[in-house]
Ligand binder design. Structure first.
Ligand SMILES: [Mn+2]
Length: 335
């Protein structure tokens, strides 16, 4: 779908109000894309349209950006009324928006999706239309394309914010393809402040995050599936960060499990090389794992997660079972 078609649909459906919703613990790509979309829609929707930007919660880095750019007043933690339309940004299933899921019943709210994650089987069941570009590194780049397609000018503040989304999701241009530079060039042409964007994202790692990473390393179990080295561990928080640390240490695949109350959260990462060689997408693995633990999962081919119920051991077994089935090789313990 062309971006313009989605915006035209919004134009036709919004009479009074619209919600722009980010995923739980909205990261800078989500928050900056929400803002970019908001500014654009203010251009194209009637002047008296009411906007609600909301997410269940925002990451620490996102909160810092919102404060520094003096846009924090725009962002809500809840919705007080059922919106006519809602655009879910940087996520593609309702589980990912957490408590806000209850506030946008598909029978009452027309739901749209703008996202760059791997397509999710559920998306078409609740959304009116979706703009999914899983070949892009960030949702911010999709927002840039919408501006382009509609020929709407962008102010320099919006451009700086969107640039932050791109820098954050590409992990400062570690995950890149040629397309990313077109978006960055456009943002710089619109007056984005690269230095400010970069400085804003430089947050020293919390002591608690560093401890979580080190604990993950100390509780490590190693497995081998075929020739691939799988590192597994447990933490009580920062499971995604711990996963990245284990990949840095040398694993081909890392899985870190966090038990929070009776909720189970599983994060997984793989190297780009693993995906290229095997074609096994962690988004698919985690979608299956999520289902098997009574929750949901998804994400990117090399970075994905799942939430559900059960204990950590069950979570790990499900993960190992699913990934070994998809690899067509059995799991062996590496001592
Ligand atoms: Mn993103």
């Amino acid at each position: 779908m062309r971006p313009k078609v989605l915006i035209d649909l919004l134009r036709r459906n919004v009479k009074d109000n619209i919600a722009i919703i980010g995923h739980k613990n909205a990261d800078p790509d989500a928050v900056c894309s929400m803002y970019g979309l908001y500014v654009l829609l203010r251009h194209v929707l009637p002047e008296n349209t009411r906007f609600f930007l909301a997410a269940e919660d925002y990451s620490k880095l996102s909160k810092r950006i919102m404060t520094e750019f003096e846009i924090d007043d725009l962002y809500l933690f809840d919705l007080e009324e059922t919106p006519e339309c809602a655009v879910i940004v940087d996520a593609n299933n309702l589980e990912q928006i957490g408590i806000l899921k209850e506030k946008v019943p598909p029978a009452k709210t027309k739901i749209f999706v703008i996202d760059h994650h791997e397509p999710h089987a559920d998306t078409c069941t609740f959304s009116v239309a979706s703009l999914i570009m899983n070949d892009l590194v960030s949702t911010a780049e999709i927002i840039v394309q919408i501006y382009e397609d509609l020929n709407v000018p962008m102010d320099s503040k919006t451009a700086t914010l969107l640039l932050m989304g791109v820098i954050f999701d590409s992990r400062r241009f570690i995950l890149i393809d040629d397309k990313i530079f077109f978006a960055v060039k456009k943002l710089l042409d619109f007056g984005a402040d690269y230095q400010r964007a970069l400085d804003m994202l430089r947050l020293p790692m919390d002591r608690s995050e560093r401890i979580a990473r080190l604990k993950a390393a100390s509780r490590l179990s190693l497995f081998q599936i075929g020739n691939w080295i799988v590192a597994a561990s447990y933490v009580s928080a920062f499971e995604a960060s711990a996963c990245r640390a284990l990949i840095e240490l040398g694993a081909d695949v890392a899985v870190v499990i966090a038990e929070r109350g009776d909720e189970l959260r599983i994060s997984a990462r793989a190297t780009e090389f693993f995906y290229q060689e095997t074609g096994v997408s962690l988004a698919e693995v985690m979608e299956r794992v999520g289902r098997n633990i009574g929750g949901s999962g998804g994400g990117h081919v090399t970075a994905a997660g799942a939430n559900g119920k059960g204990d950590a051991k069950k979570g790990l077994n499900e993960f190992l079972k699913c990934i070994s089935e998809m690899l067509g090789a059995k799991v062996e313990t590496l001592d």
